[in-house]
Design a protein around this ligand. Sequence first.
Ligand SMILES: C[S@@+](CC[C@H](N)C(=O)[O-])C[C@H]1O[C@@H](n2cnc3c(N)ncnc32)[C@H](O)[C@@H]1O
Length: 232
Amino acid sequence: MNDHRVKAMFEEIAFSYDLQNSVLSLRRDVAWRKVLAEMIAAPAGGVVLDVAVGTAEVAQEICRRRPGLSVLGVDFSPAMLRVGHKKIAARGLSGRIALTQGDARALPVRSGSVDVVTISFGIRNIAERVAVLREFVRVLKPGGQVMVMEFGYPRNPVLHRLYRLYFDHVLPPVGNWLSRTDYAYSYLVESVDAFPTEPAFLAEMAEAGLSECAVRDLTFGIAKIYHGRKAG
Ligand SMILES: C[S@@+](CC[C@H](N)C(=O)[O-])C[C@H]1O[C@@H](n2cnc3c(N)ncnc32)[C@H](O)[C@@H]1O
């Protein structure tokens, strides 16, 4: 799917995106965001850039768990950002989270200005992965941290087979129904299948200039957090 179609898809499914996420991950998304927020290593007063911020669930979790930090969220879908803006205002977090429209491939952010870059379930949708990772390196301060949360498959072969049954036969019809589309969650399965293997993605992170690259499994490997650093 090209980036225009991806953007159109998120415009179309934004209205119930949070519900889709929660139902289809059996609420595991909540625990995954907590782990990501806890893994952040930034000084008090630090700024986290959350790319592909969507409806701002990750940004809010960072604020809840890390009182000293503020978050700048960037996304190219106005409809996703509108949902995010409403939630941030309702929860009184407008002073700590700023959302702006922009593309991950050309971030509207000054070079060397942020402490941490996070992207959750976003990079899978972007063909130019290494260029985007280089953008992250550009905007980070020296020594800054990158964390990429993305879907994967369980390492255990039995769990892998069971999960594939769910992923191939339950998730697409239920997800498509919840999102009132006939393609969004079929595309999700295709995009997870098309994502590089762990060693290949870690190599892309290194190619983009990140060091100390490693991966942490969440829920048997159904989701993963890839992390690395810009040289200090
Ligand atoms: C699956 S959602 C994830 C949203 C959020 N990070 C979360 O974890 O709930 C993917 C998001 O990536 C955004 N996105 C995809 N490609 C993008 C790009 N090139 N630049 C900026 N945002 C992009 C979409 O608009 C969408 O909001």
